[in-house]
Design a protein around this ligand. Structure first.
Ligand SMILES: [Zn+2]
Length: 350
């Protein structure tokens, strides 16, 4: 198993993460310099070039690899202007000179640019490129990808993953703990919003993060959506290794260092006895609301491996949610949990 670990970006955080790195840790990744290119997610610390160099050296001393993630889903066409092209090429050249091991991008043009100009750096296709079929995987391989992070929507679709494995020989990565909705209708729009908020140029002065709020309210209203989200439990990694996929990427570079370390340990141990929500990269409001005993999800993978994903006919995730999800409640200065069904009845009455 190879684990790819998120890093918020400042050197102190990196030292702490490396101090407790497990033997499964393989690559540490962080966002690149936003003056050059934004990213698909909120970035806490914007590392400058000297910081990247210093941290790459530090990781290499620890026998770990450095990955830089520059995966906006929209660049507003900048990369196809000569000014933009020159800037990207200059920046990637700097990363290459510093010994950065991999660069993760979502934009096909940049994949080709990296593969042609900087063959020493590994080109990783971002999950934001939505590789969800053998055909799409082949296109990206053709552009020069050395590794592909699969679309999380197929994390529980073993037939498709196997077919992708059959047609491309590059490394496949799975994002294990991202808690986005399965077939999320907001995913493209939300990534585009982040791209413009973290990138160069005029940042939109938004009055609300509509997608975030909608996503939250959907899950509060229909808690089975939390079960349907295509996360992978630490206990189930073996099912993916049996397919020949052994590189697992953790999401969560905007979380605390302690959280990152704890999640790294849970996946390295292939076991977590506690609230599944603790492992998921999701809004803390949800983590404070639901208690999902991870151990009670034992065996669910067998259903998902063969599931046709016609939820209206299947109902497994909904039944599982009703059976195991508990909701936190504060009463008499104590934090308790109530079964989901009890809370739903209560809400229906009041
Ligand atoms: Zn755009």
């Amino acid at each position: 198993m190879k684990l790819v670990i998120p890093h918020p970006g400042h050197f102190l955080a990196l030292k702490e993460i490396c101090g407790e790195a497990t033997k499964e840790a393989y690559e540490v990744y962080m966002a690149g310099t936003p003056e050059v290119l934004g990213s698909g997610r909120i970035t806490l610390h914007a590392p400058l070039l000297d910081e990247i160099e210093q941290q790459t050296q530090y990781l290499h001393d620890k026998k770990l690899e450095m990955g830089i993630v520059m995966n906006p889903s929209c660049m507003g066409g900048q990369h196809l202007t000569s000014q933009g092209y020159n800037m990207f090429k200059w920046y990637f050249g700097k990363l290459n000179d510093m010994g950065v091991d991999s660069v993760t991008v979502a934009e096909p043009y940049l994949i080709e640019l990296l593969a042609k100009e900087f063959p020493d750096m590994k080109v990783v296709v971002s999950t934001i490129s939505h590789v969800d079929s053998p055909e799409r995987a082949r296109f990206f391989k053709e552009l020069g990808a050395d590794a592909i992070t699969l679309d999380t929507n197929i994390n529980r679709d073993f037939e498709i993953m196997e077919a992708i494995k059959d047609v491309v020989d590059c490394e496949l990565r799975l994002l294990v703990n991202e808690a986005c909705l399965y077939k999320c209708p907001f995913r493209y729009s939300h990534f585009n919003l982040f791209s413009h908020m973290t990138g160069v140029g005029n940042k939109p002065n938004i009055f609300s993060d509509y997608y975030y709020e909608k996503c939250m309210s959907f899950r509060v209203r229909y808690p089975e959506l939390v079960i349907k989200s295509p996360w992978i439990r630490p206990e189930d990694l073996g099912a993916y290794e049996a397919l020949g996929i052994d590189c697992f990427k953790m999401s969560g570079r905007a979380n605390t260092i302690r959280w990152i370390i704890d999640v790294m340990k849970a996946y390295s141990n292939r076991s977590y006895d506690g609230n599944l929500m603790d492992l998921l990269d999701c809004p803390s409001e949800l983590r404070d609301m639901f208690y999902i005993p991870n151990k009670e999800l034992e065996g669910a993978i067998k259903q998902w491996m063969n599931c046709k994903k016609f939820c209206h006919k299947c109902g497994f995730c909904k039944a599982t949610a009703e059976r195991i999800i508990r909701v936190y409640e504060f009463k008499d200065m104590q934090r308790k949990t109530l079964p989901l069904r009890e809370v739903q009845t209560k809400c229906a009455i009041s």
